[in-house]
Design a protein around this ligand. Structure first.
Ligand code: SAM
Length: 236
């Protein structure tokens, strides 16, 4: 059985009880970076064989698949948050599904959901773009078509490129586009910045050094009404 196990995006206390129980009961843990995962497991007093999983190396995918085919229970983790969400894992999950291996996906931390929940915008549909291509033209095209759906758009960005990304959003969608910046979620210096993309770009440009991890949420224009959603379905 392949278990997809989310891990914290900053605060170690955010790991779920089920994630810990699954890691403890697995035969092996498949991870991006053995050193990083070792630190996490040691923090919780868990000792397990660790296997490096590299999406760009077919042999490493095959190795993991072989262990699963032998009936081993393997926990797939990434460096932070939910595996397969702008992180490695999907190739293995796809191959496992194809090979008839049972897959279980545990709910848990992910920066996209955390940022959206705290953004203070209408719930319901959203478009998650993850990391955009480096080429400005390509990125602008993707942003434009996603925003045309009239849903909030969520982007992951590195501290080195966040100011450039804000400039691109301003150029592509207009300088008064509402944006929420969620920085260092769940960490000591968690920060939320809200405003027009132009103002936020100016504010960020003043910083001598931009540090941390960022999620950008582009909100819908204030004057466009939201389509009514059916909230009658219950989670329970
Ligand atoms: N798998 C992860 C998830 O489920 O969110 C995403 C991993 S992706 C390689 C890393 C990116 O996620 C960062 O560059 C940043 O955009 C976002 N991210 C991760 N942790 C974050 C945090 N604590 N605060 C804000 N953004 C975060």
């Amino acid at each position: 059985m392949l278990y997809i196990v989310p891990t914290p995006i900053g605060n170690l206390e955010d790991i779920t009880l089920r994630a810990l129980q699954t890691l403890r009961s697995s035969d092996a843990v498949l991870c991006e970076d053995t050193r990083r995962t070792q630190i996490l497991l040691s923090h919780f007093g868990i000792t397990k064989p660790l296997y490096r999983y590299n999406e760009n190396d077919d042999r490493s995918v095959d190795r993991c698949l072989e262990a699963l085919a032998k009936g081993k229970n393997c926990a797939l983790v990434s460096d932070c948050g939910t595996p397969c969400i702008s992180d490695p894992g999907w190739k293995l999950v796809k191959a496992a599904v194809k090979a008839g291996i049972q897959v279980s996906s545990l709910p848990g931390p992910s920066a996209v959901v955390c940022a959206l929940a705290g953004a203070g915008i209408t719930g319901g549909a959203f478009t998650f773009l993850g990391f955009l291509p480096r080429k400005a033209g390509k990125a602008a095209k993707i942003i434009r078509s996603a925003y045309a759906l009239n849903h909030p758009v969520v982007i992951y960005e590195s501290p080195y490129r966040v100011v450039k990304m804000l400039q691109l959003i301003g150029k592509t969608l207009g300088s008064d586009t509402p944006v929420i910046i969620a920085r260092e979620l769940s960490k000591v210096y968690e920060e939320w910045l809200r405003g027009t993309v132009d103002n936020l770009e100016r504010e960020m440009s003043k910083k001598t050094k931009v540090q941390g991890e960022f999620v950008l949420v582009i909100d819908r224009p204030a004057d466009v009404p939201m389509e009514k959603e059916d909230a009658s379905d219950s989670c329970f």
